[in-house]
Ligand binder design. Structure first.
Ligand code: MG
Ligand code: MG
Length: 248
């Protein structure tokens, strides 16, 4: 059941979102060859706790870290470790913060030093997929419209749209109804109404959309070793506008 939020609740989620955005702003400066994902985890946890919030992911269904890190062919839910990042890697960092009982959730992909032109284009298109999804997430449209615009845009570049992981409602729970697939048909699914707070988080690959899980039980990768890029924002739909909550 979808829980629609009041203006007051959306304000709190915006505060939580600002903390997540501050983490991303710091990580953008820190990500470089030689740094480990474990170091990024420590930096992020410090920022979240210093802001008086709680890392949403730590302990969520048993996840062992504050951030999820996804390097190259990892799609999502990678666990930070001690392996240094290399020039030409691409890393997605997914961050959640809970403030005054409400979560905000945002993932962003970063190039380590410099990626190839091919990956640069994948990053550009994946980011456009997110913003096209946000653009159509407004009153009167349907949940299916979000996935439809993302899928048609990504597939026009022959990219893969991951099916096994979806966007979701966000609020007092990190994952709430409704589920937001990043593929689908226009005009299908529930109507978008005021008070809807959701995370849109397309995972776009330069190959197959199919996934496999590592033996750690968490890390999801592309089956064909293709690169996966992801950008995610938590947004709120109001009567007047659709607001991005996870930005400064
Ligand atoms: Mg996330
Ligand atoms: Mg999410």
């Amino acid at each position: 059941m979808t829980i629609f939020k009041s203006a007051r609740e959306i304000e709190i989620m915006k505060e939580a979102g600002k903390i997540v955005a501050e983490c991303h702003a710091t990580l953008k400066e820190k990500i470089r060859p030689g740094i480990t994902t474990k170091e990024l985890d420590v930096i992020t946890e410090d920022i979240i706790k210093h802001a008086g919030a709680i890392p949403s992911f730590k302990g969520h269904q048993g996840f062992p870290a504050c951030i999820c890190t996804a390097v190259n062919d990892v799609i999502c839910h990678g666990i930070p470790d001690s392996k240094p990042l290399k020039s030409g890697d691409v890393i997605t960092v997914d961050i959640g913060a809970k403030l005054k009982g409400y979560h905000a959730d945002s993932a962003w992909s970063y190039e380590v030093d410099k990626v190839s032109p091919e990956i640069e284009q994948l990053m550009k298109v994946a980011k456009e997929c997110l913003f096209r999804g946000i653009e159509i997430a407004r009153i009167g449209n349907r949940i299916g419209d979000i996935g439809a615009v993302i899928q048609s845009y990504a597939e026009s570049y022959h990219y893969g749209v991951v099916r096994d992981f979806c966007g979701h409602g966000v609020g007092q729970s990190l994952w709430e109804d409704p589920q937001i697939p990043h593929y689908g048909q226009p005009g299908k699914g529930a109507l978008i109404k005021p008070g809807l707070t959701i995370a849109i988080e397309p995972m776009i690959t330069n190959g197959s959309w199919k996934t496999k899980i590592d033996t750690d039980g968490w890390t999801a990768r592309t089956v064909d070793g293709s690169i996966c890029i992801q950008y995610e924002h938590t947004i709120a739909v109001t009567a007047e506008e659709t607001i991005i909550l996870t930005q400064l």
